[in-house]
Design a protein around this ligand. Sequence first.
Ligand code: URA
Length: 423
Amino acid sequence: FDAIDVIRAKRDGGKLEPAQIDWVVDAYTRGVVAEEQMSALAMAIFLHGMEREEISRWTAAMIASGERMSFDALSRPTADKHSTGGVGDKITLPLAPLVAAFGVAVPQLSGRGLGHTGGTLDKLEAIPGWRAALSNDEMMAQLEGVGAVICAAGSGLAPADRKLYALRDVTGTVESIPLIASSIMSKKIAEGTASLVLDVKTGAGAFMREEADARELARTMVDLGTDAGVRTVALLTDMSAPLGRTVGNALEVRESLEVLAGGGPADVVELTLALAREMLASAGRPDADVEAALADGRAMDVWRAMIAAQGGDPQAPLPVAAHTQELRARQDGTVRGLDAMGIGVAAWRLGAGRSRPGESVQAAAGVEIRRHIGEPVRSGDVLAVLHTDTPGRFGRALEALEDAWDIAPEGTGTASRSIVLDR
Ligand code: URA
């Protein structure tokens, strides 16, 4: 095979042969196909798409690039969830211990921030002492003992995706249905979970802004999972506004703790409960009373054990930013919309995310939302508090927030917001 022939075939809108797909994914993983060649192929796939058969084969080739794990040795059933990425999406933090409180093992192999979206590992690293890297043996022991683990995927799992993901991030080829579906599902199938719940986001802060595209992504991933023998369900959820009132690492941990203590913002609680019910149903516990486990502290107990098992101190104070600045309203009314993208970009610019691969993030940086959708506002009220350790970052962050609050004049009325749009 020749990389140029494969690129040309897709460039001209053709369908790739199974043997071509197997070869190009393997050769790229081994460094035989160059980064610039894979960049061209990724862009051709981005522009022309792939047929269902091609996506399945591409996913299988990415799985075959690395090891396959198995949770068969565990005494508990396993359930996993994966989100396509959003702003203020801290759901994994309360969700994993909540589901584990019912005796189900939750292996959450998580990632770091990408662009304007936050990463679960970056959030947990705000907790003093907590470490993301576990060996496979440590992970298995924690799943058996505590029930929940949130850690970095080992380097052996779908290495083709690891390389390709980093390449897509810098070549404008992230927002592609076949590339996202194969990226997520290759990791999940290789991980070996028995059941999977997908949280597919749509709206301004999602990679799939249009609902029709998000639906197609959800359908594609459910088919890939089902074909591989993983019980797979997808929820289509709203990402037009940030989830909850905090965007940023330590700020989101704090809010997750509120949910685990039985409180927290209604939208975060709604989505946590909806995903927990799906996970528990697919793991054979359809009647688990998930609300009770948040209210009576069972989920919090698992959280503490999970954090401590990875070296974290669940009682330690979370880092606080050295500088804060307020953003104030310039008119009266009711918040009709909140732009997830603008707020995500602001948090990123304040230091919650990276501007170069491998850079460290600020644990305490981010945006605290004081007026959310449906809430009344008076001119001069604080809409948000910005947090950072480097005050030179406020200016560009405030620029991103310029039109982030859509304030309707009084008396217009605003529709109530539902997070779960479809199943
Ligand atoms: N998450 C992934 O793991 N891969 C993608 O392509 C997008 C989101």
